[in-house]
Structure formats: structure tokens, C-alpha cells
Design a protein around this ligand. Structure first.
Ligand code: OFO
Length: 172
């Protein structure tokens, strides 16, 4: 059985993951408006992945006999100053999410709930990968600057991002 504190924190994290998905979905729309198909595709894959992150915790809470309490998902921003600014915002957001996951892993240890800590370790590794991926894109976009051909190449590269693997198999 989940402790009340952990149940509340996991429900909050479900909301954070849904917000992440919503944020990236908003970035999809922004990139589409800029005719950056590859950037839009990358954001779409990220939004789908965050949705899977929410579902993984959702299913875990149910598996532990916990109560799901879905909350209102806040509206994300709709505009950024540039595609680079959107990716910078994505990087900041992932750092924020890493902080949330770390707190949850700490709480699981405090509550001596090793099963929840185990699930959180999956998210810890996932966050390392996500931060590294977005950081790489931010660095490349900074290098490219205003160069049209550079942005064209980057956009083409981002279009190759594969879809996340659904939960149940080995998840992306
Ligand atoms: Fe990228 O945030 Fe989920 O965990």
C-alpha cells in the first residue's frame, strides 16, 4: 500500500507529466506555424513520450491499490521568441522535472517504499537522457544562429526522431 504522502506526490507528478505533454504539444503548434516540420515532429514525439510518462505513474498507482486524483492541467505558453528559445524553455522544463523526480525518489526512500523508489530510478535515468538530448539540440541551434541552411539541416535531422515505445514493452 502506498503511504498517503507518496500517493499525493505521485498524483502531483502525474499532473506534472501531463503538463509536460501539454507544453510540448503547444510547441508543436508553434513550430508548425514557423513551417519547421522537423522541429514540430520532434516536439510531437516528446509530447507523446510525456503522455506515456504520466500513464506509467498512473498505472503504477493503480497497481499499488492507490487512489488516482487527476487535477486540472495548467495552460502552457503559446509563443516563444524563436525556435531556439522554445528549445531553451524545453531544457529548463526538463531540469525542473528532474528536480521533481529527485524529490519523489527521496520521499520514496524516506517512506521506505523500495518499489516506488525503483520506479523513480527509471525516471531518473530517463531525465538524464532527456536533458542530454535537449541540451544537444540547444547547442547545435546556438551554433547555427540565423543561418537558413543551418536551420534547414537541423530541421531535417530532428524529423528523424523515432516514436516512443508504448509502455508494456521496453519503454523509450
Ligand atoms: Fe521529460 O519529463 Fe517526463 O519525466
Amino acid at each position: 500500500m502506498l503511504s498517503p504522502k507518496l500517493q499525493e506526490a505521485l498524483n502531483k507528478q502525474i499532473n506534472e507529466e501531463y503538463y509536460s505533454s501539454y507544453l510540448y504539444r503547444s510547441m508543436v503548434a508553434y513550430m508548425e506555424e514557423k513551417n519547421l516540420d522537423g522541429c514540430a515532429h520532434w516536439m510531437r514525439m516528446q509530447a507523446d513520450e510525456e503522455h506515456l510518462h504520466a500513464l506509467k505513474i498512473f498505472d503504477y498507482v493503480l497497481e499499488r491499490g492507490g487512489k488516482i486524483e487527476l487535477q486540472t492541467v495548467a495552460a502552457p505558453p503559446r509563443e516563444w521568441d524563436s525556435p531556439l528559445a522554445a528549445f531553451e524553455a524545453a531544457l529548463e522544463h526538463e531540469k525542473y522535472m528532474t528536480g521533481n523526480i529527485t524529490k519523489l525518489a527521496d520521499l520514496a526512500l524516506e517512506e521506505r517504499d523500495h518499489a516506488t523508489n525503483n520506479v523513480m530510478q527509471w525516471y531518473v535515468s530517463e531525465q538524464v537522457e532527456e536533458e542530454a538530448n535537449v541540451d544537444d539540440i540547444v547547442n547545435k541551434l546556438r551554433m547555427v544562429g540565423d543561418s537558413g541552411p543551418g536551420i534547414f539541416m537541423m530541421d531535417r535531422e530532428l524529423k528523424t526522431r523515432p516514436a516512443p515505445t508504448p509502455i508494456g514493452g521496453e519503454q523509450a
